[in-house]
Design a protein. Sequence first.
Length: 181
Amino acid sequence: MDMRNDVAEILYTEDQLAEIVARMGRQISEDYRDKNLFMISVLKGSLIFMADLMRAVTIPCSIDFLSVSSYGAGTTTTGAVRILKDLDDSLEGKDLLIVEDILDSGVTLSFLMKNLSARNPRSIRLCTLLDKPERRKVDIHADYVGAQVPDEFIVGYGLDYAEKYRNLPYIGVLKPEIYQN
């Protein structure tokens, strides 16, 4: 079985993703030039994006990871957000940049922004590779957006369906028959 056959269309190629990440890295490096940049990756989806983005950032930075759950095994958010793996370090006085793969309903990221803000960082901003505004359930906007995507089920470059397809090197639309069974 070749998982590439499950993709109906490619939205962003490897080269296009590299250009998006390079552009975002330049902007973040400029904006955080004299700050204490602390990048926080939201696992598992943003792992690949975070790895590429931190290499595109040209200023000193620290990183950490957290894991949250709001989807379970389905394709839509349950609305109940749980932190599964918290950060290792204190956020006091740091300039946080939450790095996420996709801003969809906004429920999870809204929860995270409130939770992390309560830990006394100097600043907190949101960076998302992909934005899907049609799905928004809460009023939240990213400070850095790689690209806007249509309201389709997308996979690849870290994004999954049932823990599969994360390893595709591009971002594509999953065929509906794959997730509607």
